[in-house]
Design a binder for this molecule. Structure first.
Ligand code: SF4
Length: 76
């Protein structure tokens, strides 16, 4: 069975505030790395695009970017 392929999640670690909003919203898709910065997990690929966009919008640092077909998906 093919794996679901959603947008690619990129997190700007320099900007991350370690708020944990993304982790609270979707613990299967986001976690913390060894520096306690937000980190996308393989489960992120299984989340619907709209859900990922919602999580990205709620990031206080606006440091979650979603990419698809070589371009960044606008939030609005
Ligand atoms: S919501 Fe944004 S600032 Fe908070 S941990 Fe996740 S990536 Fe970092």
């Amino acid at each position: 069975m093919p794996q679901p392929t959603g947008p690619t999640v990129r997190i700007d670690k320099q900007a991350c505030q370690s708020s944990g909003n993304c982790v609270d919203a979707a613990p299967d898709a986001f976690g913390f790395d060894e520096d306690q910065l937000g980190d996308a997990r393989p489960g992120a690929a299984a989340l619907p695009r709209e859900r990922l966009l919602e999580i990205a919008r709620r990031c206080p640092a606006r440091c979650i970017a979603l990419w698809e077909d070589g371009r960044e998906i606008p939030f609005e």
